[in-house]
Structure formats: structure tokens, C-alpha cells
Design a protein around this ligand. Structure first.
Ligand code: SD4
Length: 325
């Protein structure tokens, strides 16, 4: 290329960079024939992922790391009583107790989780403390609560009058048949790729509404509700946890990406595996989202109705997940 043409091409790239539309790193990667890395990126399940992503983006856009971003992000729905299946205000189990599950995983495969945790508004932050301050990966129930209190978390009542009212209504018939996309639709799983190119993920929920006391779903199980491999990508799940655990869903999605599948294709193949292993999926909803090292992302679910939120340098959006049935 003549030096004049090179100059024109580079100055055009510079102008686009200044306009903020096309980060220069991607522009150069493209001009060198390498696949551009789209970073930072944060994606999360459902529409409450939009405000959660905003909080994560604040961290990412200031060159913060993916781990801090996902923790800050999912704390938003955890603390919002209007979000009825995460954290404070979440639907209780059939005994009227709000029991929470959460896990977090970083770029070095460090991970922490809590399950069947009561009275603590931000289980994701307790999960992070388990990861950072203990030799273990998971603490549950009373032990998790004692640990949280020892770390300065406050004991609170998480059952709001609204959730209590709905539970009492449910108790009249007490029929356990979760309504897909409604009673089971608010777990937040979040994945981020930071400016450094490192991945992390977080997943937090009050679990299936009106579950049996003591029931734990996929969300705090590393490999099921969340998995991160910094060489390949990350995935997280929402929907009926029992079906996700059976297939170790998020780990499966990451392994499918390792085999060369795009994030969306990997989620689709994992969903197909779940469908193949269950006789009747008419009432079964599962959705996955995934993000790879290039900053490509995708999602896929069994039934229509699942969506996920994305925030990149080009802005933020809510995407309807593609579906099988
Ligand atoms: C669970 N997977 O406890 C969770 C529920 C969920 O969207 O994801 N809801 O089974």
C-alpha cells in the first residue's frame, strides 16, 4: 500500500475512533486481518439485566475488572424488591422462607458459592467472600449465614409484604407447577469481558418459587448455573435448575464453544441436549447465554419468552433469545 493510501486509511480510522463509534483497537485488529476483540462487554439474563448491566458497565468502562463488574451488576436486582426471584423481595419457598443461591467465578477459575442462605440481601457478595477468604468453594444454609455474619453482613427480613401475599395466595391450593417465564423467570446470570480481555461471571437467585424447603437449584452450582474458562468463554443459565444440573449446562456450553461453536450455537446445542434428555418439555423452560474471548455473545432457550441484556461500546440493548419450540 502506498504511504499516502496508508495515511488516508489510518486517518480515517482515527476519525472514526474520535467519533467513538469504532474503538481503535478493533480497527487496527481488523486492518491487520486478525479477528477484532469486542471489549468490554457485559451480558445478563432477562430484562432486569438492563439496570444490572448499567452498574457493571460503570466498572468496565473505567477499565475495572470483570469480577468487580459482575458483582456490582447483579447486586442491583438482588437489592430491588420489585425483582421477585432474586435476593430481597424474592418469592419464598413453600414454608414462606426466602432462601437464596449464588455463585461467582473469575478468570483464574477461582470460584465461590452459597446455597440455601437466608436473611442476607446480597448473596453474591457472600459467595465472593467464600471464594476469597476461605479454602472452600461452597457454603450452605446455617453455615453460610454464620460466615456472612462473621464478615459483617447484616441479618435482614427478605420477605416483602408483596411476596408474602402471593405466597399466602399460592398456599390456598399449594400446587407446585411453576409457570414458565413467569414464576421462574428472574434469576440473573451475568457474564463480562473486561478491557484487559479477561472473563468473569456471577449468578444469583431466590430459586424456583414455592420450592421445597431446602431445595437448591443450578444457580449456585459451578458448571451448572455458571461456568467461566478464561481461555474460551463463559456461560450462565436460567430456568428450571433441575434440568440444567442434569446436563451440567453452563459447562457444556463452554465446552461446545471450545470445540469451535459460536456462543449462540453452543447455547442451542446445549438446549437441544436438554430437550433430548427430557420426555416432556412442554412446561420446561431453560435458557443459556454465553460470551467468548472475542467478545461475541449469544443466547438460546427452549420456549419463546426469554430475553437477555447486552452492553458494549456500541450501546445497550435487550435481545429476544432464539428458541427451539
Ligand atoms: C433455579 N435456575 O433455582 C433457577 C431459577 C431460575 O430464572 O433460573 N429462574 O432453578
Amino acid at each position: 500500500m502506498s504511504s499516502r493510501r496508508k495515511f488516508l486509511k489510518l486517518s480515517a480510522l482515527g476519525t472514526t475512533f474520535l467519533s467513538g463509534l469504532y474503538p481503535i483497537e478493533q480497527a487496527f485488529a481488523g486492518s491487520l486481518g486478525k479477528k477484532a476483540v469486542n471489549k468490554p462487554v457485559v451480558i445478563s439474563t432477562w430484562d432486569h439485566g438492563m439496570p444490572a448491566n448499567d452498574a457493571a458497565w460503570k466498572v468496565l468502562s473505567q477499565k475495572g475488572n470483570a469480577l468487580d463488574a459482575v458483582e456490582a451488576g447483579v447486586r442491583v436486582p438482588e437489592g430491588d424488591p420489585r425483582v421477585r426471584t432474586v435476593g430481597y423481595g424474592g418469592y419464598p419457598d413453600r414454608e414462606g422462607k426466602v432462601t437464596l443461591d449464588a455463585c461467582i467465578m473469575d478468570k483464574d477459575s477461582n470460584c465461590g458459592a452459597v446455597a440455601f442462605l437466608q436473611h442476607i440481601k446480597h448473596p453474591i457478595s457472600v459467595a465472593r467472600k467464600v471464594m476469597e477468604d476461605t479454602p472452600h468453594v461452597m457454603l450452605v444454609g446455617e453455615g453460610a449465614l454464620q460466615f456472612a455474619l462473621s464478615k459483617g453482613f447484616q441479618k435482614e427480613n427478605l420477605l416483602t409484604p408483596e411476596s408474602e401475599k402471593d405466597w399466602k395466595e399460592w398456599m390456598k391450593e399449594s400446587k407446585y407447577k411453576p409457570v414458565i417465564n413467569i414464576e421462574n423467570h428472574d434469576t440473573i446470570g451475568m457474564l463480562a469481558l473486561d478491557a484487559n480481555g479477561d472473563l468473569a461471571g456471577a449468578c444469583t437467585t431466590s430459586g424456583a418459587s414455592y420450592k421445597m424447603h431446602g431445595r437448591v437449584g443450578d444457580s449456585p452450582i459451578i458448571g451448572a448455573g455458571l461456568f467461566v474458562d478464561n481461555e474460551v468463554g463463559a456461560a450462565t443459565a436460567t430456568g428450571l435448575g433441575e434440568a440444567v444440573i442434569r446436563m451440567v449446562g453452563s459447562h457444556l456450553v463452554v465446552e461446545l464453544m471450545r470445540q469451535g461453536n459460536s456462543p449462540e450455537k453452543a447455547c442451542k446445542l446445549a438446549v437441544e441436549r436438554i430437550i433430548a434428555k427430557h420426555k416432556d418439555v412442554s412446561d420446561l423452560q431453560v435458557g443459556f447465554i454465553a460470551l467468548n474471548k472475542q467478545g461475541e455473545y449469544g443466547g438460546y432457550c427452549i420456549h419463546k419468552g426469554f430475553n437477555y441484556a447486552v452492553h458494549t461500546n456500541s450501546g445497550k440493548k435487550l435481545i429476544d433469545g432464539k428458541y427451539k419450540l
